[in-house]
Ligand binder design. Structure first.
Ligand code: FAD
Length: 325
């Protein structure tokens, strides 16, 4: 396990925003994780922040006085200790494995079911915690079990949680509700497939990558969607009461949800810039780090959108990205 002291998080977080952390503990497999926990105990570190790619994180520019557990992709040197196949269709992955590496591994073993995540930047741990999803599918559909570390237990117990135990819902899970719980390993139950079905799954996977290139602003660092799309019935109705003309879009284009990108654009925020941060004109639910954006640049835009949204519809929008102050 590598230890970095006073390390600028902007160097490793997807958004390229974030202050220095007292310790960054680079964790690439279970052995590293045990070493990291030993380090935390020995140095009596109180504050712990797990991160993966940081593709859903906006972190303050102020120093983070604690240890960042950086679940980082294992450099593959011929062996791969972090991805294993069990009983024909269950894949075990360490939390730092990239979702994309898991997908490639599944295809190589004639297993399908994760192709919807083509182009979704995530580690396995981050995806489980936030129940990552796209194009009508979610990670919960394939999660069989997860090994979870409980930081509140002084012996650092690791327990196995079933899919039901994890209480998945839209972009949510038990791990998100309880910050002491860290995903250590995920077990994914996938579908056995013949060569033709694997080929078809690969086509779907590539088509989603193309879709993202076409419709998402991938040219600058971002955190993906800043706000959650609206899924609750009463909230959708409140929006339709104000903007009845979007009813068709909700039912025909957005699968019953209200797309926040559309709302933010219609509220007039596309292209709005504060400091180095800018609301994307390609997809208004993205706030881009256009030029050395600071934490407060992004936060100010978020606050402005929140205020205008609440004033218009009578309830606040929910954040999809996570803020660490
Ligand atoms: C261009 C772009 C497109 C995106 N598209 C989508 C999309 O289509 N669908 C979607 O759902 N998301 C999307 N996202 C958001 C992001 O990719 C997901 O939220 C992703 O799952 C985050 O994974 P991560 O490993 O980067 O987690 P991080 O951003 O590093 O962390 C996210 C949260 O999980 C916690 N965490 C990280 N690892 C662990 C762990 N092992 N155990 C417990 N907690 C942990 C962190 O503390 C943090 O609170 C997109 C982001 C970008 C930049």
């Amino acid at each position: 396990m590598d230890v970095y002291r006073d390390f600028p998080l902007s160097k490793i977080l997807y958004y390229k925003i974030g202050g220095k952390a007292s310790f960054v503990l680079k964790v690439q497999n279970k052995e590293d994780l045990l070493d990291a926990l030993g380090f935390i105990q020995k140095n009596k570190v109180k504050k712990i922040l797990p991160i993966g790619l940081g593709s859903n994180l906006l972190v303050s520019d102020e120093p983070f006085k604690g240890a960042v557990l950086w679940f980082s992709r294992e450099e593959l040197k011929g062996k791969n200790s972090t991805l294993k196949l069990h009983s024909g269709n269950i894949i075990e992955t360490f939390a730092s494995v990239l979702l994309d590496d898991l997908i490639q591994f599944s295809f190589a073993h004639n297993l399908i079911g994760l192709e919807w995540a083509g182009g979704l930047p995530s580690t396995v741990g981050g995806a489980i915690r936030g129940n990552a999803g796209a194009f009508g599918s979610e990670i919960k559909d394939s999660v069989y079990e997860v090994e979870v570390l409980d930081l509140s237990n002084e012996n650092y117990l690791i327990k196995t949680f079933s899919n039901d135990d994890l209480q998945f819902s839209y972009r949510n899970s038990l791990l998100k509700k309880n910050k002491n719980l860290i995903a250590v390993s995920g077990f994914f139950k996938l579908k056995k497939a013949n060569k033709e079905d694997v080929e078809m799954a690969k086509q779907v996977y590539f088509s989603y990558i193309e879709h993202r290139k076409k419709y998402n602003p991938l040219e600058y660092p971002s955190c993906g969607s800043v706000f959650q799309n609206i899924t609750e019935k009463e909230k959708t109705e409140a929006i339709l009461a104000k903007w009845p003309d979007v009813e068709d879009l909700v039912s025909k284009k957005w699968h019953g949800k209200v797309a926040m990108g559309y709302i933010i654009n219609r509220l007039g925020f596309s292209g709005m810039r504060i400091g180095g941060a800018e609301v994307s004109q390609k997809h208004a639910n993205y706030i881009l780090n256009k030029n050395k954006a600071r934490f407060n640049d992004v936060l100010s835009i978020i606050d402005k959108i929140k205020a205008k949204f609440s004033q218009t519809f009578g309830f606040p929008p929910e954040l999809e990205l996570e803020i660490v102050k």
